[in-house]
Design a protein around this ligand. Structure first.
Ligand code: ADE
Length: 251
C-alpha cells in the first residue's frame, strides 16, 4: 500500500511513522509513505500558503494553489482517493479502517489553521473523514491515527497473524481483559479459567467479558449488533453475575 500525505509538517508524520507497526510495515515493504509539503509549491516570494478569510474572523485559511499543486504531485506518484481529514468529515471507525486497508493507494490531506479554501475541497477532495468529535490544531495527528489503524490491518504487518482478527471492534465488541505474569499482583489473581488450559472455556470467558464490557461501557455498540443465541445467553449470564456481585457489595 502507498499512502501519500499532503502536510505542512512532513517531519511530524515521517517521525511518528518511524515507530511501531508503521515502521515495521515500511521495513517489510508493506507500506510506502510519500510526503508532500504545499509550502514547496508556493509561488509567493515568502512561500506563503495561507491568507486571511474573506468575510473576516479569526485565523488563516490555506490557499488553493499550493495545496492543489502538492496534491497533483502526490497523484502523479501514487494516486487513489484524496481524503481530507477534518472535524466536518464522516466518522472514522474500524470498519472504515478495514475498507481503506484494501486499497492500494490513498492521499491524505492534513489541514492547518482554520481550514482549507472550500474551492480546493470541491475540486480535489474525494472524501472527508473525521477521527472524532473534537478539534485538533491540524490534520496530522488524525493522519497518524489513520495510518496506524490502516497499516496494522495489512496482512503480515502484525507479528502474530491472528491478533488483528481478535482485536476490539473486529466483531463490533470491545476487547476482553488481558493478563500476563505474575499470577498475583497486589493480591489480585488472574481469573482461574485462564490458568486452566481449557481453550473452549477460555474462549467462552473471553466472549462473555467482551459482551459484558460492551454492555456496560458502550451500549450504543451493542444496539447495532445482532447477537447469536449463545452470545445472548453469555451476556445474560454476565449481567446476572454482575447483579450478584453488586448486591454482595452492598450500596
Ligand atoms: N483536523 C482537526 N480536527 C480533526 C478531527 N477531529 N478529525 C480529523 N481531522 C481533524
Amino acid at each position: 500500500m502507498r499512502i501519500d500525505v499532503v502536510t505542512l509538517f512532513p517531519g511530524m508524520v515521517r517521525d511518528a511513522c518511524g515507530w511501531g507497526i508503521p515502521r515495521i510495515a515500511q521495513e517489510k515493504g508493506l507500506l510506502e509513505l510519500g510526503l508532500w509539503n504545499p509550502r514547496d509549491y508556493a509561488q509567493d516570494r515568502n512561500r506563503r500558503v495561507d491568507d486571511r478569510p474573506y468575510g473576516g474572523g479569526p485565523g488563516m485559511v490555506m490557499q488553493v494553489q499550493p495545496v492543489h499543486d502538492a496534491i497533483q504531485a502526490a497523484r502523479a506518484r501514487g494516486g487513489g482517493p484524496v481524503i481530507y481529514l477534518s472535524p466536518q468529515g464522516r466518522r472514522f471507525d474500524q470498519s472504515a479502517a478495514r475498507h481503506f486497508a484494501q486499497l492500494p493507494h490513498m492521499i491524505l490531506l492534513a489541514g492547518r489553521y482554520e481550514g482549507i479554501d472550500e474551492r480546493l475541497i470541491e475540486r480535489d477532495v474525494d472524501e472527508e473523514w473525521s477521527i472524532g468529535d473534537y478539534v485538533l490544531s491540524g490534520g496530522e495527528p488524525a493522519a497518524l491515527v489513520w495510518i496506524d489503524a490502516v497499516t496494522r490491518l495489512l496482512p503480515g504487518a502484525l507479528g502474530d497473524g491472528a491478533s488483528a482478527q481478535q482485536d476490539s471492534f473486529m466483531d463490533g465488541l470491545l476487547d476482553y481483559p488481558h493478563y500476563s505474569r505474575p499470577e498475583v499482583v497486589d493480591g489480585k489473581a488472574v481469573p482461574d479459567v485462564l490458568l486452566g488450559g481449557n481453550h473452549a472455556d477460555i474462549e467462552r470467558w473471553r466472549m462473555k467479558q467482551s459482551l459484558g464490557r460492551t454492555w456496560k461501557r458502550r451500549p450504543d455498540l451493542l444496539e447495532r449488533l445482532r447477537l447469536s443465541d449463545a452470545q445472548q445467553a453469555l451476556l445474560e449470564e454476565y449481567i446476572r453475575e454482575q447483579q450478584t456481585t453488586d448486591s454482595d457489595q452492598g450500596p
